[in-house]
Each structure stands twice: as structure tokens, then as C-alpha cells.
Design a protein around this ligand. Sequence first.
Ligand SMILES: *Cc1c(COP(=O)(O)O)cnc(C)c1O
Length: 472
Amino acid sequence: MNKDNSAMEKSRSYQMQNLDSEKRSELLNRTAGYGNNFLDSINTRKVSPSKEAIENVSKKLNFFPINSTDPSETIKLLNNTGSPAAMGSAGGRYFGFVIGSSHPAALAASWLTSTWDQNGGLEVTSPVNAEIEKITAKWLKEILPVAKESEAGFVTGVTMAIFSALAAARFAVLKKQGWDVQADGLFGAPPIKIVVGEEVHGSVLKALSMLGLGSERIIKVPVDNQGRMKPDQLPGMDDKTILCLQAGNVNTGSFDLAAEIIPVAKRNGAWVHVDGAFGLWAGTSPQYSHLTKGIEFADSWATDAHKWLNVPYDSGIVFCRNGENLRAAMSMSGAYLDQSGNRIPYQYTPELSRRARAIEIWAALHSLGKNGVIELTDRLCRHAKRFAEGLSDAGFSILNDVVLNQVLVSFGNAEATNKVISEIQNEGTCWCGGTVWQGKTAMRISVQSWATTDEDVEMSLDAIIRIAKKNI
Ligand SMILES: *Cc1c(COP(=O)(O)O)cnc(C)c1O
């Protein structure tokens, strides 16, 4: 046998390992061990990976083998190189952007679901997913401030949830004008008026531009010092209007005044959409549900499970009061439609084939229980309050009313604040990012991790204060 043939033989033998249950089981068990080691080490390592660890990824993982490799060798290489380069956002001291960790039940469900390898798009390809989606949607509607009769779609994140909701809105608004946008598109369609707050999240603008509604063809309503739309500055609205409210400003955590605004919009026939990526979860707790008052009277809602609920990426949810509008916007003509008259998962999302991601949400909700969700909400907000109190006691200015889980702190001018942020990131006890709030440079602390303990908060406060004092 020449050399090439023996290599081919070896390749074949690794492919045959699919059938070797002993080797497979060893690989999966070892991988679980890698995962556990990673999680065990996360509280003792720096939150952000070293430059060297990241360089190793491009050095060591950049060889595309000609012949096959034993899967256990592939995964060993991936673990040894990838784990040290992973950002420590699964731990308790990552406070950048708005980033959740993974609840253990959700993480384990993610492993198990990947093992099942279900195509979640159709009932016929995954009956288990189709059933769990229905249960999960029902549970979510019980705890979140959305219309109980809503239909839900399980998408990758809030950007796609907003896209789906606004596609439903576009369909419904134009249908009232006698225009079928799904069939005839937007060329020649009656114009739609889009109203957003000045503090609109970029993902809403992205969704508008993907939908052909234009990210610039919009009316921006002025906001107050917390980023809330000023209700008395709303433009005239009619039944060709889509109004996008925000529940949870990404900087301040503030909420548009839904109870005041939505009745006016609805009286005028407008469609109201709510971007509640993380803020919608305030409605789960009696302590914080005043913030989401009246939000359930909107027409559509977008929220993330990978933020507040601490489910692994990627996981967002769209809710639409009238599920037929979402279905009309997301359906696809052809044979798939005519299966059974049952709820077919893909008819409520942009994707056809996809992960059975609702199963992770189900697992998080089941394990936390209704009281566990309330406790999680209260805990994230309590940690944020403690950060604000600790930093304020140390003499630093908090720029927002800390109503939820977001804290903005300034360490003086922009230069000083940026320097402190960069030193905090390098020092590695915790990780916080920078932002500019109404012209002021700030550090943003977003408490979103299920794993954050009181001790994590105190350790992080100590590090932040020590580094900041050194710089002023
Ligand atoms: C995170 C976030 C988004 C975008 O959500 P993705 O899940 O990243 O697509 C939109 N709006 C707000 C307020 C957010 O916090």
C-alpha cells in the first residue's frame, strides 16, 4: 500500500467512529469535562482573554488538514486553544453590553438538544420541538407583559424578533389599505409612517432597513434625560403608522411610558411595537412590574432569552397579538403549508431549518420556576443598585436613575473615564464597557448574569474604585 492509500484508510477509519459507541462516549464525556473545567476556572482567571491566547487561535487552529483527524484530537486542540481565548461572560463578573450567562439547566438542555440534532422548523422533522415550543410560549406569556392571546416565534435574537414583528406590522398596516405586501412588495404601496424615540436601539433601524421601510425615513420623538420619549412630543398618528416603543434603554434601563402613550396610538389606529430586549423581564417581578405598566396593550413585542433569562446564544422571541399577521408575514407558499393545520414552528420565524432553541428556554423556566424568575429579576436589579451605591459613596457620579439593571458612571472627563475603563478591562477582575450618554462619556455596568453573587459585586466594586482612585 502506498502512503496516500494508507492515509485514506486512516480517514475512513475515523469516519467509522460514528459507529463506535465506546469512542463516542469517551469523546462526549471528555468534552463535558472540558466544559466543567472552563466553568470552574472562570472565577479565578481574568475575565477577558490575554492577547497571547487570542494569537494562539489564529496560529494553532489555522491548519486545514488534508486527511482526517481523530475527533478527540480535534476537540482537545479546540479546548486547549479556544477555552483560554474565550471571553469570561459565562462567569459572574462580566458586565459589558447587555450579556447574560447560561443557567446550568439551559446549558445542559442545549447540549442535549444538540445531541438530538432536531430540525426545529417543522412539526414533522421535530415533533418534540413543536410541542415544547407551544408549552414554552404559554409559560412565557404567563410571566411576561404581553397579550395572552399572542403567538410567539423563536428566533436568534432581538434583531430578528424586531424584524419579524415589524414584518407582521407592515403586512397588517398595508392590508388595511387594500395592499398585499407579501405578494406585491413595497413598490407603489401606500407609505407607512414609522415613529421611534430618539434613543431607539440600532437593531430597530437595521430591521427597518432590511424590511424596505428605510432606517432614515422615520420620525424621531425627542426624549427626556433618561431616554424616554416625551409623550407630548409625539407626532400625529393614524392607521398607517407603526410606533416603536422601548422597554429598557440600553444605557439607562429606562422605559417609554407605555401606559400613557399606547392608548393614544391605539385610538388613532397605529400599530405599536415594543423593543423589550431585556426590559420586558421587569414585568416578571411585582417589585418592578410598574415599569412595564400598559405594555401588554401593544401589538407586538421583541425580547431576548439570551439576556435576562440566561439561556445560551442564540435565543430571541417575537410575540404578536394577532398571530395571523405574523404567520402571513413569515409563511412560505407551497407544500409545507398544507401538512396538518397544526402550528408549524417555521411559520412564525424568518428561518426554515433551525435549532430547536425553545427547548433551552423551557429548561431555564422549568428549573427556575415562577418564583425563581422573580428572584432572578430582583437579584439582578439589587446588584445594580449596590454598584450605584458603592460608586456613589466613593465619590463618583452616577448618570442615570438606576431603575433596573443598568448603571452609568463617570470618572470625570471623557479622557479619565476612558482610561479607567481600559485599565479595568486589562486588570481583569471584571469587565465593563464604555458608552456615551447624552454627550457624556460613561462606563456602563450591566448586571445580566445569573451567576453574579454578592461577593462578585463587592470584588468588582473594590477593583473599580481602586483603579479609578489611582487615575484621578
Ligand atoms: C440587545 C438589544 C437589542 C439587540 O438584540 P440582539 O439579541 O443583540 O439582536 C435591541 N434592543 C435592545 C434594547 C437591546 O438591549
